[in-house]
Design a binder for this molecule. Structure first.
Ligand code: GTP
Ligand code: MG
Length: 297
């Protein structure tokens, strides 16, 4: 009699690997000092422009203000809160158009500045108005302007700048997308972001994406940030960012912003500074090429 236990063992397929065998993008993990040095030595290639202006846009609560703070932290070697951030969802915490200067760490302001902007929201009449963002790109919005989601700035308003100088205009549009939210972005917000991108393209303005909150999107990366370019999940999320806005992968930079840390971290800084290096250099290239034409309305 044969054994009654004649079941054939079918081998179970191993779970799909969550990681590539090697990183698909090179990162100078030990190169923070060098990145800092290059950025501190950066100078603007235009005699009339003191600072290269970079405009930050994105949906509410994706980490726009945190990115500006994170850049500042990397230079200061400590946690700062230059741009105020919030944990509350829903409506944008940032409401005022403000320029953020970065202290190089030696009390000298670096020659690039960020404009933080109110977040975009899915319904009309909420969040920053796209027309205001386009005006901000063109340098037509004065410092301190309080965003009005319903009525965008007009030529008659006090906060409208009639004769923007080359230094008032932006030279790079930085779109912020959150890795853990990018797959669920509402169509209406995407439509607004694509419209802003279209207008920036008409102005021949370089555009990149900073993908924040990588730690929230991938547990491997939460545990070890150096896995950011071996994590399949992160590459997949970057691909979603790319498809959403039509920006190629080589203009997309994943970062983890400072949010709960009390000390700075070498590897977080490297990702942030590498992204910044790219932003500053493409913005400067743009500045060298030609001044952005200003529409006379
Ligand atoms: N885990 C994690 N949290 C982050 C990261 N970046 C930002 N946050 C958190 O996300 C929340 C929103 O960040 P903010 O920087 O205020 O976002 P914002 O885009 O400026 O938001 P609004 O001004 O309201 O439009 C805060 O609680 C931050 O601490 C990140 O990389 N990882
Ligand atoms: Mg903000």
């Amino acid at each position: 009699m044969g054994s009654s236990d004649s079941r054939i063992e079918t081998p179970t397929a191993p779970p799909p690997k969550q990681e590539f065998d090697s990183p698909w993008r090179k990162t100078p993990w030990e190169g923070k000092r060098n990145l800092l040095k290059n950025l501190r030595e950066f100078s603007v290639s235009h005699p009339d422009v003191e600072h290269v202006r970079i405009l930050i846009v994105g949906e509410v609560g994706v980490g726009k203000s945190s990115f500006i703070n994170s850049v500042n932290n990397a230079f200061q070697g400590r946690i700062t809160c230059e741009a105020l951030t919030a944990t509350t969802g829903g409506t944008s915490f940032t409401k005022i158009f403000k320029t953020h200067y970065i202290d190089g760490g030696d009390k000298k302001k670096l020659p690039f500045v960020f404009n933080d902007i109110m977040g975009l929201e899915s319904s009309d009449g909420c969040g920053a108005h796209v027309d205001d963002i386009i005006k901000a790109l063109e340098g037509l919005v004065k410092e301190g302007y309080k965003f009005n989601p319903v009525n965008p700035l007009t030529k008659k308003d006090h906060d409208y700048r009639h004769n923007p100088s080359a230094g008032d205009q932006s030279y790079c549009l930085v779109n912020i997308m959150a890795a853990d939210k990018v797959s669920f972005m509402k169509d209406h917000v995407l439509k607004k972001m694509r419209y802003i991108r279209e207008k920036a393209t008409e102005l021949d303005m370089p555009q990149i994406i900073i993908m924040t909150r990588v730690d929230e999107a991938c547990p491997l990366v939460k545990e070890d940030l150096k896995k950011v370019y071996t994590s399949k999940k992160i590459k997949e999320k970057m691909q979603v960012c790319s498809n959403n806005l039509g920006i190629p992968m080589n203009y997309i930079f994943p970062v983890k912003n400072y949010h709960e840390e009390i000390d700075t971290d070498e590897y977080m800084d490297v990702l942030i500074l590498k992204a910044l290096d790219q932003i500053v250099n493409i913005a400067n290239d743009k500045l060298m090429k030609k001044p952005i034409p200003i529409k006379s309305e």
